[in-house]
Design a protein around this ligand. Sequence first.
Ligand code: ATP
Length: 249
Amino acid sequence: MIPVQVENLTIAYHHKPVLQEVSFEVPEGKLIGIIGPNGAGKSTLIKGVLGLIPTASGEVSIYGKTYNKQRKLVGYVPQRGSVDWDFPTNALDVVLMGRYGHIGWFKRPRKKDLVFAKECLDKVGMLEYGNRQISELSGGQQQRVFLARALAQDADVYFMDEPFVGVDAATEKAIIALLNELKAKGKTVLVVHHDLQTVKEYFDWVLLLNMRKIAFGPTKEIFTIENLQKTYGGKLTFLQDQSVLIEET
Ligand SMILES: Nc1ncnc2c1ncn2[C@@H]1O[C@H](COP(=O)(O)OP(=O)(O)OP(=O)(O)O)[C@@H](O)[C@H]1O
């Protein structure tokens, strides 16, 4: 079964297309990087797939059915900047929200949901912050709580929008270890990612995006200088050994 299939997806804001006729099929059990310059439509793609914004045309299916029918199978870590952190709730409750697909919105969480939510907080090193208001956490800590929420969903396919932004090097390592753990369990994880230096190390497959799909496939084949130039235009600096690339912003 194909975890995510996108066919001819077009999305426009105020009638101006920002994503045009994007098609790809995501294979199961892989870590996939979504790469492209600022404004390329990476977040828009994820939001479109998850039905959070209207699409102009195209089809999306999750394991062969519409997202609405498969919600429980999908976990989402939004971009940190897009979340209202002043919302009065503590870290454990944020993680418990990840369980509602399993509990049902109007029922109280069962003991085992609570235990599982705490396990997820522990996995991201945040157990001791369970009672802390999310507004009182640092950016990197907030990011980890959202990761714990996604883990609590116990989904089969995950979408993460820049999970490494604002986290320190140790946390980045811990997050990538978690993603690899998910992969080892056969889960599929799509990650919007900006650091070109780590793409080869982190991701099995990449989607290169700039309003349109530039290329999609195994990192070894797709993450080439030629494709990166197509994706970023001239905004790349090639270091001497040709293997290290830096995006100028
Ligand atoms: N709510 C909105 N209303 C109007 N235009 C929007 C909206 N959200 C995004 N856009 C525009 O759509 C385009 C794609 O934005 P998007 O956030 O998907 O890019 P991105 O690739 O995720 O960028 P970044 O790397 O900067 O996060 C941009 O030109 C952006 O200005």
